[in-house]
Ligand binder design. Structure first.
Ligand code: BG6
Length: 510
């Protein structure tokens, strides 16, 4: 049994081993917004050893000092830095931040990287341990994997050392391209070295789905088709595509959110209790759960799926442009910024329970939640007007913001009359615990450094998620499937409301 897995050894604080974090895409957005703040916080929490080093790789010309300074200032702009972090950056300034400028397709880039890594091993005692992080556009993933392989950088340089590679999403554009990417990656790296990241799994409240389900006796018995009427999973964002119009034109909501974040939350909701919390025990159950999702036929895509795109409207009290007017977006673009769908699960636990899923940009607020609505009682012993304010019982797991859990149930309205209406019992994460939760990237970066793959996506999970999404992509390409429109700042297209109305249900207003 490994002792690196916090789900197994929950009480010990894990500290990263001496290592070099090599960031490809070092001048990019993800590096400055997520990775470097995570490095700073890990260092502040004393979870990085003294010689821990970072090597940035990108095309932009910079020297080591420029790179360090640039990273220090961006972290400050992201709300980090300050007096508290001064000593962290002082420690890094003694040669702990290095930069290799070069093209990813050029073999000499990897020769220079190799020389830098060897130097760091000698000078800072990083012991041959390397974590490569591909914070680059997906087209470069195969190129970088091959480049590392050709330079022999995929192998530990000495006994007992580790070499791992973290690959960002999107992993492929569909099932065949994900399999192709896997083939290239596996020619160089063993699957045990590959850490496919989905930052949703790093969120404390996503992990709390496991705690809620498997640490309590009262939820699991009702977590099935006997009691659950339907489930709604919402990943709503108030932001538009911001400055990522070009990327979004290639991705769309299905590839950007559904194939990864939504599928992960879905898998944790659907899965059977794992025998242990070991990485593969959990991942086996997630794969099994995703396998049970009924694939869409082309006809289903017309009926059970809504794709939408936002038009001009409002966001946070200001007029907001329509998607087609965003920078980098084609004026006649058919790219979806919203997806709603009804999934059916073919297994004993969930047969006949619809899972309604929706995600969209430019919705009224940012909220991610799993809401489980329960069946009504077989007989209500009240007159109709006594129970007018009564809605079905519901359990809502709020993943963000206001992380917590709400249980909705019926209660008597105070007074002489006997009337019942729904009330809520709320648990707020922030109020119940004093500990500050680590940010998702902080958590996952440390997991990758200590070698715990539990919260990373295995190759067969990726394949299952594409199996569910591919028929939609195919149908949208091949058939004349309507693109619904919704005004920015609203809860999505009317067609999505109709999807539930047909079943006599409504979307929640989170
Ligand atoms: C990213 C998507 O993976 O997740 C973005 O590419 C999206 O489009 C983001 O905005 C949402 O993440 P979070 O943590 O803000 O819910």
């Amino acid at each position: 049994m490994t002792t690196d897995n916090p789900l197994v050894e929950p009480t010990t604080d894990r500290v990263a081993p001496p290592a070099v974090l090599v960031v490809f895409g070092a001048s990019g957005d993800l590096t400055s917004r997520k990775l470097m703040p995570a490095v700073e916080r890990l260092a502040l929490r004393r979870l990085l050893p003294a010689g821990f080093s970072v090597v940035g790789v990108a095309r932009t010309e910079m020297d080591d000092e420029d790179f360090l300074e640039r990273m220090r200032t961006t972290v400050e702009q992201m709300g980090g830095g300050g007096d508290e972090a001064k000593h962290v950056w002082e420690a890094f300034s003694g040669g702990g931040f290095r930069y290799v400028a070069g093209d990813y397709a050029d073999p000499t880039t990897y020769q220079r990287l190799k020389a830098t890594l060897d130097e760091l091993d000698r000078e800072r005692g990083t012991s041959g341990n390397r974590l490569y992080y591909l914070a680059t556009p997906p087209t470069t993933f195969p190129v970088i994997a091959q480049g590392l392989g050709a330079a022999g950088l995929h192998q530990p340089p000495c006994d007992g050392a580790f070499v791992r590679i973290v690959i960002e999403k999107p992993y492929g554009r569909d099932a065949p391209s994900a399999a192709e990417l896997d083939a290239v990656v596996h020619r160089v790296f063993d699957e045990s070295q590959v850490y496919r990241i989905d930052h949703y799994l790093g969120k404390e409240t996503v992990q709390n789905v496991l705690a809620l389900r498997f640490a309590n006796a009262i939820f699991e018995p009702i977590w099935n088709r006997r009691y659950v009427d339907h489930v709604q999973i919402t990943v709503a964002e108030s932001l538009g595509v911001e400055h990522r119009g070009g990327f979004y034109e290639m991705a769309g909501a299905l590839r950007d959110i559904v194939q990864n974040h939504v599928m992960q939350v879905l898998a944790l909701t659907l899965m059977e209790p794992p025998a242990t919390f070991e990485a593969n025990s959990i991942r086996d159950e997630k794969v099994k759960a995703l396998r049970a999702v009924n694939p869409f036929t082309p006809e289903d895509v017309r009926v059970e799926v809504v794709r939408g795109q936002y038009t001009r409207g409002w966001a946070q009290g200001r007029e907001a442009p329509g998607y087609r007017d965003e920078e980098g977006v084609h004026p006649h673009s058919l790219r979806e910024t919203y997806v709603a769908m009804k999934l059916q699960i073919d297994n004993w636990r969930w047969a006949g329970v619809p899972f309604y899923v929706r995600t969209g940009k430019r919705l009224p607020k940012r909220v991610t939640e799993v809401a489980m609505e329960f069946k009504t009682v077989p007989h209500l012993p009240f007159a109709k007007d006594q129970a007018e304010g009564l809605e079905p019982d519901a359990l809502v797991l709020r993943i963000q913001p206001d992380e917590g859990i709400t249980l909705r149930f019926g209660a008597k309205v105070p007074g002489q009359a006997f009337r019942v209406r729904s009330v809520s019992m709320d648990f707020f994460y922030g109020a119940a615990f004093l500990e500050e939760a680590p940010d998702a990237y902080e958590r996952l970066l440390l997991d990758a450094l200590v070698g715990d793959p539990t919260l990373f996506i295995r190759s067969d999970e990726v394949a299952q998620a594409w199996r569910i999404c591919d028929p939609l992509l195919q149908a949208w390409e091949d058939y004349d499937v309507a693109l619904a429109r919704y005004e920015a700042g609203t809860w999505g297209p009317a067609e999505a409301d109709a999807l539930l109305a047909r079943d006599g249900r409504r979307w929640r207003r989170p």
